[in-house]
Design a protein around this ligand. Structure first.
Ligand code: C2O
Ligand code: CU
Length: 469
């Protein structure tokens, strides 16, 4: 198997980069005694040693930020301290959270100004893999390194030898390994695929390694923290099953072959090491490049020693979370969401503020996408639903781009010919694809529905709905 090394791209010219191995990695575990989550400016060694460290914005002085781990049903308290030069908030992505703690400026709280703080305090109803990130100027703050994992452990966790979090990110760096700031807010990114980068990290490292043993059973928690990149992944030397998507367990483990991981999505895998002693297993990324598809090693798993003589039996499913079952789908409320705009689309214009604006004027105001003909959030909710109502939303992607549709405060299921699919909080939709999702609106408050390609949401792919108390 041949792996191509990562490289920086400056403009269209590829600059060859020497190989460098990160000096091991790990998360700084959040200290239980410290309820502070501080966001500030710092440095991170994203690139190999011959490059300077990268100036980043980070939580707890680390990229990713501290892994917050707690037990299902426990209370999470953090004082968010903003030492950034911009207002910010913390959004706890995928948590079926109390609305006031959802971290959306202008909707659930005011943005926290530089020097300010905000006390987050909520309970986590579901076990699984979640993450936290800012929800103000996300297209800049996320790209600068503000994200961290939030892990909620099952009351009865599955039997594994090792539980590893792998946070994937896609950075746009210049030839000095610094964040490419000039392209923040670039309309070209906003109207196309979003801010696609040129330097991929796992847990903040260009090359990450985890030592394993033959026949060892791993739980791998994949989190896509990139602004816009969709990862196409596979595993070599690991026999793996998908056991949860976006934190929510599957009814039965599914053998993991090729995996798509859209922005903000998570996949929990149970992976048994089948590579032999002295070999290396890999998490790999498949990317379309000029020369066709290339395979890159994201994380290597060098194998030394054996955990046991023979492979374990196939894993059982994870215990289910207390997500309410969908009500009667025939009697459910039906809504339609038309996604439009972007480059190579046919949108002529959209409503913004009180009136209709032509595409050119919209673009001048930073909007290039629309939901149902609206390019801004609007003063009134898109829909208001009764608490406990089952809602069906038919989504039509009438654009030339894929999108990652994310609903706050709830998990939904995609409806298909074979019945409702797995619970998710973020749905990847291909260009021109239609999909129907359904969820029980059991969580009162005002909730966003947006594309998680964060340039797209900033550019108009964002709306909100109200669940009555
Ligand atoms: Cu990851 Cu609106 O959020
Ligand atoms: Cu999008």
């Amino acid at each position: 198997m041949h792996f191509t090394r990562r490289r920086f791209l400056q403009g269209s010219a590829a600059t060859a980069m020497a190989a460098g191995i990160g000096s091991g990695f790990g998360f700084r575990e959040a200290r239980a005694a410290s309820p502070i989550l501080r966001a500030g400016e710092g440095l991170a060694r994203l690139a190999p040693g011959e490059y300077p460290e990268t100036k980043v914005w980070s939580y707890g002085d680390a990229v990713p930020g501290p892994a917050i781990r707690l037990r299902q049903g426990e209370r999470l308290t953090r004082r968010f301290v903003n030492a950034l030069p911009q207002p910010s908030t913390v959004h706890w992505h995928g948590v079926r959270i109390a609305n006031a703690m959802d971290g959306v400026p202008g909707v659930t709280q005011d943005a926290v100004p530089p020097g300010g703080s905000f006390d987050y305090d909520f309970t986590v109803p579901d076990a699984g893999t979640y993450w936290y990130h800012p929800h103000n100027r996300t297209w800049e703050q996320l790209a600068r390194g503000l994200y961290g994992p939030l892990i909620v452990e099952e009351a009865d966790p599955p039997a594994v030898d090792r539980d590893e979090i792998l946070v994937l990110d896609d950075w746009r760096l210049d030839e000095n390994a610094q964040i490419h700031e000039e392209s923040f807010g670039a309309m070209h990114d906003w109207a196309h695929a979003g801010r696609i980068g040129n330097w991929i990290t796992v847990n903040g490292k260009g090359e990450s390694r985890i030592s394993v043993k033959k026949n060892e059973r791993l739980r791998l928690r994949l989190i896509n923290a990139a602004n816009a990149r969709i990862f196409h992944l596979s595993l070599k030397g690991l026999k793996a099953w998908t056991v949860a998507l976006d934190g929510q367990p599957l009814d039965a483990p599914v053998p993991a072959d090729r995996l798509s991981l859209g922005p903000a999505q998570r996949i929990d895998l149970i992976a048994d090491v089948v590579a032999g002693e002295g070999e290396e297993a890999f998490l790999t990324s498949h990317e379309r490049t000029r020369s066709g598809e290339e395979t890159f090693a994201l994380t290597g798993f060098p194998v030394s020693g054996a955990a046991r003589d023979a492979a374990l039996a196939d894993p059982p499913p994870l215990p289910p979370n207390p997500v309410p079952a969908l009500g009667d789908l025939d009697a459910a409320r039906r809504e339609v969401l038309q996604m439009e705009g972007g480059a190579m689309g046919r949108m002529q214009g959209a409503m913004m503020g009180g009136g209709f604006m032509q595409m050119r004027d919209l673009a001048g105001a930073g909007k290039v996408w629309a939901f149902n003909g609206r390019a801004d959030m609007g003063e009134e909710p898109w829909i208001t639903v009764a608490r406990g109502e089952t809602v069906r939303i038919a989504l039509t992607n009438d654009t030339a781009w894929p999108h990652a549709m994310h609903l706050h405060g709830h998990h939904f299921r995609q409806l298909g010919a074979a019945g409702p699919g797995p619970l998710r909080d973020t749905l990847l939709m291909d260009q021109a694809e239609t999909a129907e999702i359904a969820f029980v609106a059991d969580n009162p408050g005002d909730w966003l529905l947006h594309c998680h390609m964060v340039e797209h949401s900033a550019g108009g792919m964002m709306t909100w709905l109200r669940v009555q108390a």
